[in-house]
Write a protein that binds this ligand. Structure first.
Ligand SMILES: C[S@@+](CC[C@H](N)C(=O)[O-])C[C@H]1O[C@@H](n2cnc3c(N)ncnc32)[C@H](O)[C@@H]1O
Length: 264
């Protein structure tokens, strides 16, 4: 079910989101980490929900998403969705136990305003999955697409912005499994050939921001064929997961409302 609300800004997901649901499926290992923070009986608002990855499948869950293309790919069994933006959440203060925002804040036009809105409608906790722009880039962006690293460092919010908008926060690394099934930018760090696949790249929004990618892809293809990639990245083959800079940011709302000595 989708309810229409006033949407002033539409992200480019209307243009790039058409094949999103085929490549962007929740990874079970990441889902376990998120579920532990969301809780099993809380009411939840999923902001920038897209097709509904990591959204609890139960009553008391509502999604907010501005893109009609993304909304159209939500399954009938998914939570009811409201077409709206993070910067103007059409809900009362403290309307949900938990507010969730997964790999979406970097798309918001006014990140601070959107985060403040998340804090406003959360009674217990705000849970965010993001990427830390202070993190080192992994081999794809370091050796082949430095322009993606530049873009991501510009668009992903610095960790200090979360503190400024949400108050005290906890920040935990979220290492990415080598066979991650959720096809975001870092998901294929152990499967370099995947980035040569147009369909894989179609699920990764940053590629759509680049004017041309042929030369970089040729370079990757050449290094894979010659064995240069393997020689440079041999140690990656033995790892189960890798810290690529993805972070789980949690803000306890009750904590923000109490004097400091009650929060550790
Ligand atoms: C990378 S997708 C993530 C979707 C989903 N959270 C997931 O993990 O699969 C980013 C989403 O943020 C949405 N978005 C863009 N601008 C937004 C805004 N201002 N407010 C809320 N969502 C927004 C996009 O339409 C898109 O669905």
């Amino acid at each position: 079910m989708t309810r229409e609300c006033n949407v002033t800004t539409l992200d480019n997901y209307n243009a790039i989101g058409r094949s999103y649901s085929t490549r962007r499926r929740p990874d079970p290992r990441l889902a376990v980490r998120l579920d532990a923070l969301i809780g099993y009986d809380s009411t939840v608002l999923n902001v920038g929900a897209g097709t509904g990855s990591y959204e609890p499948l139960r009553s008391g869950v509502v999604a907010v998403e501005p893109s009609t293309i993304m909304l159209s790919q939500r399954l009938p069994s998914a939570a009811p969705a409201v077409r709206a933006v993070a910067e103007a959440l059409p809900f009362q203060d403290r309307a949900f136990d938990v507010v969730l925002a997964i790999l979406t804040v970097h798309h918001w036009n006014d990140q601070r305003r959107g985060l403040e809105e998340c804090a406003r409608v959360a009674r217990e906790r705000v849970v965010i999955l993001t990427w830390d722009p202070d993190a080192d880039g992994f081999w794809l962006v370091r050796d082949y697409f430095p322009e993606i690293l530049d873009i991501d460092r510009r668009i992903f919010p610095p960790i200090e912005l979360f503190t400024a908008a949400l108050g005290p926060i906890d920040v935990q690394p979220l290492p990415i499994p080598g066979d991650c099934v959720d096809g975001f930018l870092g998901a294929y760090w152990q499967r370099p050939e995947a980035y040569l696949d147009e369909e894989v790249r179609a699920g990764i929004s940053t590629f759509s921001r680049l004017a041309s990618i042929d030369r970089q892809l040729e370079c990757l293809q050449r290094d894979l064929t010659s064995g240069d990639w393997e020689r440079r990245n041999a140690e990656l083959r033995h790892r189960a997961d890798l810290d690529l800079g993805y972070r789980l940011v949690t803000a306890e709302r009750r904590c923000a409302e109490l004097p400091n000595e009650h929060c550790s």
